[in-house]
Ligand binder design. Structure first.
Ligand code: G4P
Length: 531
C-alpha cells in the first residue's frame, strides 16, 4: 500500500505556464493536453464567432471577451507521468491569483514570443518564481514567424531576468526560412513541417544526422554553414546542462519551437519531464515536510466564490503537499482548530468538475469552503498541527474608489465587497479618517476592476461605479505608532487603512515615496504585508 502511494507521488509533475499575453501559453497548453489525450481537438481562445473557447475559460466575463481570467487545473497522464498544469490567468491585466498559483507549482514554464523577447508581464511572474527558487524552463515560441536573433534572445533572458540559459535545441532559420531545430544532445536535426492547427498530435518530423548530405540539400548551403558555426559557438560559450542548477532555478533549459504548428512540443514535453522533479518538501512551522510521508497535508492558495451561480458555493483550491488525500477521511484545519470531512473534493478543469475519491501530493483539488478557510491555511491529517509558510500579500498597483449606486443596497454591497476581498480577488482599504464611508479597492491588474464590477452586479445584484485614483505604489507603515495625520509632505499621496486597520500610504510614483521618507525621520515603509 505504502509503496503505491509513493509511486503515485513520484510520478507527479506539477507546473505552471507563465507568459506575457499572446506569447502562446494557451496554444502550448492545448497542445500538451493533446499529447495526454485529455482533449481531442485544441480549442481556440480569442473571440472568433464560431471558435471553441479554450478549455480553461469558464466565467461569463471570460466568454464575453475570450480571455482567461481565473485559473483551473489540467491533469493528464503521459508516458507514466501524471501531469498537473496549473493554468494561470492569461490576460495582460492579470490578478494576484496568478502569483498565488505560482506558490502551488513545483516548476514553471516560461513561454516567450520569439519576435518580442522578454516582455513586461514575464518579468513580473518570473520574479515570483525566483523568490521560490523553483526550476524555470523556457519555450521560445512562434519560430515559424519572423524572430529575433536566437543569441540575442538568450542574452535578453540572461540580462533582463538574471538567469543563466542552456539551449537544449537550436533553431535553423526563422519565419519563412524556418527549417527545423538541431537537438544538441542527439546531434540530430528535426525538420520542420507545419501541421494543421487543431487535430493531429505531432508534426511529422524527419530527423537527419548533422553530417547527412541530405540535410545540406534540404536547408541550403547558407543555413547549413550558419548552423555549424552556431553549434560551435554554443558548445564553446553557452552553459552546459547542469541538473543541480536547474533544480535551484539558476539555469533555465531553453527550447525553440512553434506551438501553433505543434513543432517542438513533444521534444519539449519529454525533456521537460526528464529534467523536472516530483513534488519537493515544503517548509512548515515544524521544518520541511516530505511529500512522501505517511500522512496527508496541504495548503489553500486560492478561494473562488460562486463558481456555480446556481449554488452560490465557495471553492477553495488546495495544493496537496504530502501523502495521500482520501475523500472520506477526517482532516484537521489547523487555523480554526477544527476537525472536518471535506465534502465533494473535486478536480477542477475549466467548467467541468469531477468528484474524486483520492489525490496525492502534487495534486491540486477543489474543496467546498463553508466560509472557514483563508488563503494560506493548512489542512492536515488528524494528529498533526503544523502550518505551512504563509502566502505573501502581493502589492496592488491600481486603485479605484468604489461607489455603490443604490444606497438601499448597502448591505449587499458590503457583503459582496468583503467576500471578494476574502477570496483575495481584490484588496480593500478605507480612508484613514473617514472610515468606511469610502471604500478604496486595490488590484494587481486592472482587469480585476471589470471582474469586480461584473461580479458585484451578477452575483450580488449591486450596481457600482469605479472612480480611478492616480496611485500605483502602496507602502505599509512599518512603525505602527506613527500617526499619519502628523506626517509632513504627504500632499501627493493618500492616507488609508487596510481592513485590519494597519496604516498605509498610496503614492503616484517612487519620487514621492522618497520625498515622504526624507521629510519624516524615523518613518519606515514596507512593500509587502506578511500574513
Ligand atoms: P496566450 O495564451 O499566451 O495569450 O497566447 P495564445 O496561445 O492565445 O496565442 C496568441 C496568438 O498567437 C494566437 O493567435 C495563436 O494562434 C498564435 N500563436 C500561438 N503560438 C503560435 C506559433 O507557434 N506560431 C504562430 N504563427 N502563431 C502562434 P490569434 O490570432 O490571437 O488567435 P487565433 O485566431 O489564432 O485563435
Amino acid at each position: 500500500m505504502a509503496e503505491d502511494y509513493q509511486r503515485e507521488i513520484e510520478r507527479r509533475r506539477t507546473f505552471a505556464i507563465i507568459s506575457h499575453p499572446d506569447a502562446g501559453k494557451t496554444t502550448l497548453t492545448e497542445k500538451l493536453l493533446l499529447y495526454g489525450g485529455a482533449i481531442n481537438t485544441a480549442g481556440s481562445v480569442k473571440g472568433k464567432a464560431n471558435a471553441k473557447y479554450a478549455v480553461s475559460d469558464w466565467m461569463g466575463i471570460e466568454k464575453e471577451r475570450g480571455i482567461s481570467v481565473t485559473s483551473s487545473v489540467l491533469q493528464f497522464d503521459y508516458d507514466g507521468y501524471c501531469i498537473n498544469i496549473l493554468d494561470t490567468p492569461g490576460h495582460q491585466d492579470f490578478s494576484e491569483d496568478t502569483y498565488r498559483t505560482l506558490m502551488a507549482a513545483d516548476s514553471a514554464v516560461m513561454v516567450i514570443d520569439a519576435s518580442k523577447g522578454v516582455e513586461a508581464q514575464t518579468i513580473k511572474l518570473f520574479k515570483v518564481c525566483v523568490m521560490r527558487h523553483i526550476p524555470i524552463f523556457t519555450f521560445i515560441n512562434k519560430m515559424d514567424l519572423e524572430a529575433k536573433d536566437s543569441f540575442e534572445l538568450l542574452d535578453e533572458i540572461e540580462t533582463v531576468l538574471g538567469i543563466r540559459t542552456c539551449p537544449i535545441n537550436w533553431p535553423i532559420g526563422a519565419g519563412k526560412r524556418f527549417k527545423g531545430v538541431y537537438n544538441r544532445d542527439k546531434k540530430q536535426v528535426s525538420m520542420f513541417q507545419a501541421v494543421s492547427v487543431g487535430g493531429s498530435k505531432s508534426a511529422a518530423e524527419t530527423d537527419y544526422e548533422l553530417s547527412d548530405p541530405r540535410l545540406k540539400e534540404e536547408i541550403g548551403e547558407e543555413l547549413y554553414l550558419q548552423l555549424t558555426e552556431e553549434i560551435e559557438l554554443l558548445d564553446g560559450a553557452s552553459d552546459a546542462f547542469d541538473q543541480e542548477l536547474v533544480n535551484r532555478g539558476e539555469l533555465s533549459p531553453v527550447f525553440f519551437g512553434s506551438a501553433l504548428t505543434t513543432f517542438g512540443v513533444q521534444t519539449f514535453l519529454e525533456n521537460f519531464l526528464n529534467m523536472t522533479l516530483p513534488p519537493l518538501p515544503r517548509n512548515s512551522s515544524e521544518g520541511p515536510i516530505q511529500p512522501v510521508s505517511a500522512s496527508f497535508s496541504g495548503f489553500i492558495f486560492k478561494i473562488q466564490a460562486n463558481m456555480n451561480k446556481a449554488h452560490h458555493d465557495r471553492i477553495a483550491f488546495m495544493r496537496i503537499c504530502s501523502g495521500k488525500f482520501e475523500a472520506d477521511k477526517e482532516v484537521y484545519h489547523v487555523q480554526s482548530g477544527r476537525k472536518m470531512r471535506l465534502s465533494q473534493p473535486q478536480q477542477i478543469m475549466a467548467q467541468d468538475r469531477k468528484v474524486i475519491d483520492e489525490a496525492y501530493a502534487g495534486d491540486v483539488i477543489g474543496i467546498f469552503d463553508p466560509g472557514l478557510f483563508s488563503i494560506g491555511d493548512t489542512l492536515c491529517a488528524i494528529g498533526q498541527k503544523f502550518t505551512y509558510e504563509g502566502i505573501p500579500t502581493f502589492a496592488p498597483e491600481h486603485f479605484c474608489r468604489l461607489v455603490s449606486l443604490d444606497s438601499m443596497k448597502r448591505k449587499q454591497f458590503i457583503k459582496g465587497v468583503t467576500q471578494l476581498a476574502q477570496e483575495g480577488a481584490i484588496q480593500i482599504f478605507k480612508d484613514y479618517t473617514l472610515d468606511l464611508s469610502e471604500i478604496i479597492v486595490g488590484v494587481v491588474g486592472v482587469l480585476q476592476f471589470d471582474v469586480l464590477k461584473y461580479r458585484l452586479e451578477s452575483e450580488y445584484n449591486c450596481e457600482v461605479r469605479l472612480e480611478p485614483l492616480p496611485y500605483n505604489y502602496i507602502r505599509w507603515v512599518k512603525n505602527p505608532a506613527v500617526d499619519l495625520n502628523r506626517l509632513k509632505r504627504v500632499n501627493d499621496c493618500k492616507k488609508v487603512k487596510d481592513m485590519k486597520d494597519n496604516p498605509l500610504l498610496l503614492f503616484a510614483n517612487e519620487w514621492s515615496i522618497r520625498l515622504v521618507l526624507e521629510n519624516n525621520e524615523g518613518l519606515e515603509l514596507e512593500e509587502f504585508k506578511k500574513n
